[in-house]
Design a protein around this ligand. Structure first.
Ligand code: G6P
Length: 620
């Protein structure tokens, strides 16, 4: 099995299921414990008891659920359990999984996002359904429950039900009437089955299976699985039986947590196409219109006269990309501040301005302080945050979540692409509500929706990046250069290399080289150029020549249609072009991340926890 197969996609939630001779409630809680490293905000378990399905759930850590479970002895031979990373609805007891259908005959757990849940919810409300939570999962439970009529087996009800759902999901269903089976469905969210001796299991990720079995089946897209005590069967959405192909997993548990990758950073780099899909899920409709429900009402956008983006580290670099787009696309004046500078800088703030706080963790002390400063001045605040329930998410007037899943490596990768994607969506949303003449929103949104596939292509550059890393791992200094949006991405490329490989970097817009940095160029120095904009291509080529003339070596990351730069560069990396040039620039970060990662690996650095750095800086 290769790294990434089945176990490495950006799972937001933990899923566990067990049928066998052991105490199933204990087994599924143990399975969840093994998924704890990915973070979560609530958890729950369901098992059959006294003629119904008992559901126990709690907001907070797994220990909260455990306390509830331990109040009385619980014993069952079958159970399902879930740990949640909230996407729809906050982390509360009600919103935790499992959820019942309308008649409490089935309980379901779910990972992913049901995109058409609002339409389905309305349809069900009109039929008299009542909902206990705000989640898309409960809607899915009611849909499957509707199909679960007299004489219909559970797997058939699930098959019919999931045909009505749109989005990305892994679903697991338990019924009070059929206590000998667990049914699961997968579409674009991972689900793995574990084949044991006289017991069977399922989970969202392989580490949750390994203590029980090493024979694993990765459920394929759009397939439905049924596990019983002594059998595992799979069918497609048309009910046709599918082969069950177990693979033997050799990984130890720590490697399994990293999806088989050597480091979380590499896993997270590889998750980016999936993260882009998750980030856009439910936010782009079939007509390429942006749907952002969490933001201000439409009239607010016509009032805003300025945007200030405030953030630290990688999030600051993402903010620079936001500025580029807000100004280019919307002609909306935008400034980007380091949070630490903003809070002590006595900033001049227009009362009609919007302050955007970009943060993966939602807990960075300087960003939080800057937010509080804006609130005290009554400025509108908007968060672009990954962690739901975090301080910045709670305190901003509105927050758009990046939906990138937990990021564990200190050096940020997938959070960056998700932050830039959210800022892009936001810019397109503003253009849409303002009906801006000259901005072709549909075309731009269509490009955005194709980004994940292009990110997949960029990952295929890894062998080439390994070659370059091997060649240049001992360089004394690395320049990262570009113009326009490429110059912004260059900052992030440089940050990765210095953070994890401890190689000094010099990053600046290419046009600034002559004003100082060029003095640092000498033989042995490497310059990585992002060059995706045809308009500035010739100028970038001139900068490359200036570096080569002084003994430096040039690596150029260009779009596949560029036939000019290859004649100038010493090494050329080709990424797919996007019609929205800005997105081509964003894609160049993927080979740069891989370059930094492989250099750090070859130099024997501690990649996931680089020296002197922390994932979340909650002190000044
Ligand atoms: C630390 C992390 C960076 C991150 C920055 C901002 O320096 O190591 O990866 O970009 O904090 O963190 P935030 O959680 O606010 O995005």
């Amino acid at each position: 099995m290769n790294p990434g197969d089945g176990g490495s996609i950006a799972t937001m939630c933990g899923i566990a299921g067990y049928i066998g001779p052991r105490n199933a409630v204990e087994v599924v809680l143990d399975q969840l414990k093994r998924l704890e490293y990915r973070g979560y905000d609530s958890a729950g378990v369901a098992y059959p008891a006294n003629g119904h399905i008992e559901v126990l759930k709690r907001a907070g850590k797994l220990t909260e659920l455990k306390k509830l479970v331990d109040e009385v002895p619980r014993d069952s031979r079958i159970a399902i359990a879930h740990s949640r990373w909230a996407t729809h609805g906050g982390p509360t007891n009600e919103n935790a999984h499992p959820h019942y259908d309308a008649y409490e005959r089935i309980a379901i757990i779910h990972n992913g996002i049901i995109e058409n849940y609002l339409d389905l919810r309305e349809e069900l409300l009109a039929k008299g359904h009542k909902f206990r939570s705000q989640t898309d999962t409960e809607v899915a439970a009611h849909v499957i429950g509707e199909e679960y009529t007299e004489g219909v087996p559970l797997e058939e009800a699930v098959r019919k039900g999931v045909k009505r759902l749109r989005g990305a999901y892994a679903l697991v269903v338990l019924s009070q009437h059929e206590k000998g089976k667990i049914v699961a469905a997968r579409n674009a969210s991972p689900l793995v089955l574990g084949i044991g001796a006289g017991e069977n299991l399922l989970a969202s990720d392989i580490p949750a299976l390994l203590p029980y079995t090493r024979e694993v089946v990765v459920l394929e897209e759009n397939n439905i699985a049924m596990i019983t005590l002594d059998n595992v069967s799979i069918m497609d959405l048309d009910g046709r039986e599918q082969p069950v192909k177990p693979i033997h997993i050799e990984w130890d548990i720590a490697a399994a947590e990293r999806g088989g990758y050597d480091h979380f950073m590499l896993k997270e780099i590889h998750e980016q196409p999936e993260v882009l899909r998750q980030c856009l899920a439910g936010r782009i409709d079939d007509n390429y219109q942006v749907r952002l429900e969490q933001v201000f009402s439409e009239h607010v956008w016509t009032e805003i006269d300025r945007v200030n983006i405030i953030a630290c580290g990688t999030a600051y670099n993402a903010g620079l990309m936001g500025k580029h787009l807000f100004e280019k696309l919307l002609r909306l004046p935008t400034d980007v501040y380091y949070s630490s500078e903003f809070r002590y800088g006595d900033p001049v703030l227009s009362p009609k301005s919007l302050a955007i706080f970009v943060s993966q963790s939602g807990e960075t002390a300087d960003t939080l302080a800057a937010l509080r400063l804006c609130k005290s001045r009554r400025i509108r605040t908007l968060g672009v945050v990954n962690v739901i329930g975090s301080s910045i998410a709670r305190e901003c007037d509105r927050t758009i979540f990046t939906q990138a899943g937990p990021e564990i490596s200190v050096a940020s990768t997938k959070a960056y692409t998700a932050q830039v994607t959210v800022l892009t969506l936001l810019a397109m949303y503003i253009a849409q509500v303002q009906e801006m003449p000259g901005v072709r929103v549909e075309e731009a949104v269509a490009e955005l929706s194709g980004l994940a596939a292009k990110a997949d292509e960029c990952l295929k550059l890894e062998p080439q990046m390994i070659e370059l890393a091997t060649q240049f791992k001992d360089m004394p200094l690395c320049f990262f250069l570009g113009r326009g949006a490429d110059a912004n991405v260059a900052l992030e490329g440089a940050l990765k290399l210095k953070e994890i490989a401890y190689i000094p970097t010099q990053e600046s817009p290419a046009g600034e080289m002559k004003h100082g940095p060029l003095a640092l160029v000498q033989p042995g120095v490497i310059a990585v150029f992002g060059s995706t904009d045809p308009e500035t291509r010739d100028k970038v080529v001139s900068s490359m020549k200036e570096i080569q003339a002084r003994g430096g070596t040039v690596i150029a990351v260009v779009t596949e249609d560029d036939t000019v730069t290859e004649r100038a560069a010493d090494a050329i990396i080709r990424i797919p072009a996007s019609k929205l040039g800005f997105l081509s620039a964003l894609l160049t970060i993927i080979p740069m991340q891989l370059f930094a990662y492989h250099i750090a690996r070859l130099r024997g650095c501690e990649i996931d926890q680089p020296r002197n750095l922390a994932k979340s800086v909650t002190v000044e």
